[in-house]
Design a protein around this ligand. Sequence first.
Ligand SMILES: NC(=O)c1ccc[n+]([C@@H]2O[C@H](COP(=O)([O-])OP(=O)(O)OC[C@H]3O[C@@H](n4cnc5c(N)ncnc54)[C@H](OP(=O)(O)O)[C@@H]3O)[C@@H](O)[C@H]2O)c1
Length: 344
Amino acid sequence: MTTIDTRTMGRTGLALTTLGFGAASLGNLYKPVDDAAAHGAVAAALAAGIRYFDTAPHYGRGLSERRLGDALRGAGDVVVSTKVGRLMVPDDSVTDDRERDGFRSAMPFRAVYDYTHDGILRSHEASLHRLGLAKVDILFVHDIGGLTHGDAAAHYWAQLTDGGGFRALERLRHEGVIRGFGLGVNEVEVCLDAMRVAELDVILLAGRYSLLDQQALDAFFPACIAARTAVVIGGPYNSGILATGVRSGRPLHYDYAAPSAEVVERTARIEAIADTHGIPLPAAALAFVLAHPAVASVIPGMGSAARVEATAALAAHPIPAGFWSDLRASGLVRAEAPLPGELA
Ligand SMILES: NC(=O)c1ccc[n+]([C@@H]2O[C@H](COP(=O)([O-])OP(=O)(O)OC[C@H]3O[C@@H](n4cnc5c(N)ncnc54)[C@H](OP(=O)(O)O)[C@@H]3O)[C@@H](O)[C@H]2O)c1
């Protein structure tokens, strides 16, 4: 059987495969995936040696969790993370799979934010039922922070802190129900706030550390290393452009929207250096984030067996040292970003 390297998360002792499976696609993110394809993608991931899977109630309003659990049941030793912060409330006005919040799911629910003590416990229980699994290993507080909540951010932050949300997570961890918890977000600032008030085992940071965005180098990674908080990198292609490059003719996506001309230009320059060394751009995108010593795993989106197989090959693709030195010399990545081969 194929194996993939693992890295142990400091506080928990839990080992994640360096390549994990981001299951937003199984909730029909932007496009429908049928049940067989979803099951096939997870089966292909297991066959490729992937043992870490991330999902959320939000991903298709329960659809991703249902599919992931069905495909993983009986798979043995795997690590599963899901998220808390949105309760799925029955909504019989949902009768078709037109896009809602980015997902083409007909699951008849709507999300209600709840980061309180009871909300977190109810969310965890509901996830176990949807997954049909006896446990999840990691709970991420999903999308807390100003990016999602705007003016209501302080209200939800108060639920998580004064309202006992973190206390519920600490209790689940203390009782051994989960192995660890943290945040699952697309922004850095709220992670720093959270690390000041709770002992986080792991943070899923999406899009804020990549070949195109290295803001996590400033305060985020140093804080994680000081607190022994592991990092899982989501959205390593910034939602697409670092996988497709700019010349494929496919629509370009950067952070779930059309990219600016500046992002297109920078991507083209990175792609040109990759071309010079004969390596695929997405292979560099995956290797780049794993070079940071705080990072335990990278979880690109993969919605089909073929995509999983291609991604496993990309993650194993040899990348010559000359590519990294040319990249650094180009100034396209920050000088202090650790590069592969430099990992202590
Ligand atoms: N707040 C949070 O906690 C949060 C936020 C964002 C993401 N995440 C996690 O991160 C995971 C991945 O994020 P993501 O899917 O949003 O972004 P991503 O991994 O950066 O990009 C996925 C996109 O790249 C395309 N792609 C992947 N491999 C490709 C290849 N080899 N060639 C061409 N295109 C390729 C996919 O297209 P196809 O659909 O055609 O495969 C998909 O549109 C999620 O599933 C989730 O687990 C968490």
